[in-house]
Design a protein. Sequence first.
Length: 208
Amino acid sequence: MSDPETASAAAVAGLASEVEALRRAVDPLPGRIADLARLTAELGAQVRDLTVAPKPGAMPSWIVAPEDADVTRSLLAELDAWVAMVLLRYTDAATALPECWLWHPDIVEELLWLMRAWLAAYQEEKASVALVADWHDRYRPGVVRRVKGLAGTCSLEVHLDRPDRQRASFVSRRPDAVGDIAAWWAHDRAGRGPEPTAEHLASPGGPN
């Protein structure tokens, strides 16, 4: 074989070797792209789960509650029952909580987390004496103090369009008031809120 022929053969062999090396490098690429796409999708799903899906035991908020009357009524009915059953048994809380507390979103928010703290301390899986002590020593007195500051001397009459109506005490556990407030907060929370009715004003006072 002449020298040019030898050189050509060597060049072809070298090119073939390069092509084979390139093939080996390129062949896994589609598989790697598929793996990367799958991993990206899995990570995206995990991020959505972390940021969107409700977590077990998550703390609900009244301030940003869904605009859904079923949701707001459920939250408020549970809270209303707990306030009457537990919170109003404490003299300072009964004194500080205004008769119109249902009409105050900031007070409802305070009471909602206080109720959840009570449930965590007394009834949930990780309930403990330490959590109970925190609830009594820090959480309840702090919320009662803030509620007193937020409410001041507010009463049902302040929420009337005609404030000249006769004043009467208000039972915290009134399903009709709960329904009215829940509907307001679900559908028109930018508004002033429902006007207390004659039935609200005529209710006998005191917790059950």
